[in-house]
Design a protein around this ligand. Structure first.
Ligand code: PRP
Ligand code: ZN
Length: 293
C-alpha cells in the first residue's frame, strides 16, 4: 500500500498544532466517523489519531511511518527499547514546549536533587528520569505511574515526582514545588526510515520539503523599504538573514531606491530602528505564507 501514515495526538496539548502543521503542508483529510483514522484526500498521506504515549511504539512497530510527539515520550521509549536506531528525529517543532522536572511537596525537607539519593520518585517517564538522575550521580527508585503522578506524594507512594511541567498549574494545585529541571522538551516529527519503497520515499521527501517550507516561512518576513542609494549595502547587512535584495528605482527620486528582501530570521523592532537610523524609510514587514526552494 503506497500511502504514508502519520500519527498525531488525538486530544491534548499537541493535537491542534500538529493538525494545523500538516494542513499547512497542503494535506486535507476526510474525517471518518470514529475519528481515529482520517484518509488523506489529495495526497496519499493518512492520519492516525492516537494517545501520544503510543506514537513511538507505533513507529517502531511499523504501524505508521511518521509521528508527531513530545521529545520526552520519544526519548523514554528509545531508552527502554533495545532497537537503538529505531526512531529518527526528523524535525524539531516550535510548539509543545514543556520540561520534565523534579518536584517535591511544599513541606518537604529536601533542598536539592542530590538529597533525593535513595528516595522514591513517582513518574510516567522512569527510563528517562533514571538516566538523567544517573548522569548526576543520584541513585533513586522510580515508581511508575501512567497518569496523575502529582497525587503520588500525598498518597505516601513517593517522596518526589518527576513530571512534565508547562504552566506549573498542576504542581501548584497539588501543593508541590519544582526542585530542578531534568529535561527540556518540544514536539518533534519522528520517523522510522528503514525499508521505505522508492515510491514512499519520494512522497516522504516531498512532504518533508513542504514541511521545511512551512517551518521556514513561519519565521521569515518579506521586508520592503526605501533607502538612500549609497546606504543599500549597510541596510542589507542590517536585515536579519537576508541576502540579495531586489532594488527598484523610485520615480522622481534618483538618490533613493525601493529595496525588497526576504528575511529568514525573526525581524524585531530593534532591527527596524537600526534600519531607520541607517536612512531607511517607509519600512514594511509582511508575513510569508509559503516558501519553496
Ligand atoms: C502533563 C503533566 C501534568 C501537566 C502539567 O500532562 O503530566 O499533568 O501536563 O501542565 P501544567 O504545568 O500546565 O499544569 P500531559 O499534558 O502530558 O498529559 P498526558 O500525560 O495525559 O499526555
Ligand atoms: Zn500523554
Amino acid at each position: 500500500m503506497n500511502r504514508i501514515r502519520v500519527a498525531i495526538q488525538k486530544s491534548g496539548r499537541l493535537s491542534d498544532r500538529s493538525l494545523e502543521l500538516l494542513q499547512s503542508c497542503g494535506l486535507r483529510f476526510a474525517r471518518s466517523k470514529d475519528k481515529l483514522y482520517w484518509y488523506g484526500k489529495d495526497f496519499p498521506v493518512d492520519l492516525l489519531l492516537v494517545r501520544d504515549d503510543d506514537i513511538p511504539r507505533m513507529l517502531l512497530d511499523g504501524v505508521c511511518e511518521l509521528g508527531i510527539v513530545g521529545e520526552n515520550i520519544a526519548e523514554e521509549v528509545m531508552l527502554e527499547s533495545d532497537e537503538v536506531d529505531g526512531l529518527t528525529q526528523l524535525r524539531k517543532l516550535s510548539f509543545g514546549g514543556c520540561r520534565l522536572s523534579l518536584a517535591i511537596p511544599e513541606d518537604s525537607t529536601v533542598k536539592s536533587a542530590a538529597d533525593l539519593d535513595g528516595c522514591r520518585i513517582a513518574t510516567s517517564y522512569p527510563a528517562l528520569t533514571n538516566s538523567l538522575l544517573a548522569k548526576r550521580g543520584i541513585n533513586a527508585t522510580t515508581v511508575k505511574f501512567s497518569g496523575s503522578v502529582e497525587i503520588a506524594p500525598g498518597l505516601g507512594a513517593a517522596d518526589a515526582i518527576s513530571d512534565l511541567v508547562s504552566t506549573g498549574t498542576t504542581l501548584r494545585a497539588n501543593h508541590l514545588v519544582e526542585l530542578e529541571t531534568l529535561f527540556e522538551s518540544t514536539a518533534a516529527l519522528y520517523g522510522k526510515l528503514d525499508k521505505l519503497t522508492d515510491e514512499k520515499q519520494a512522497m516522504f521527501d516531498r512532504l518533508l520539503s513542504r514541511l521545511d517550507g512551512v517551518l521556514l516561512a513561519a519565521e521569515s518576513k518579506y521586508v520592503m523599504l526605501h533607502a538612500p542609494r549609497n546606504a543599500v549595502e549597510e541596510i542589507t547587512r542590517l536585515l536579519p538573514g537576508a541576502e540579495n535584495p531586489t532594488l527598484m528605482n523610485l520615480e522622481g527620486d534618483p538618490d533613493r531606491v525601493a529595496l525588497h528582501a526576504v528575511c529568514r530570521e525573526a525581524v524585531f523592532w530593534e532591527h527596524l530602528e537600526a534600519l531607520k537610523a541607517a536612512g531607511a524609510s517607509a519600512i514594511l514587514v509582511l508575513p510569508v505564507e509559503k516558501m519553496l526552494g
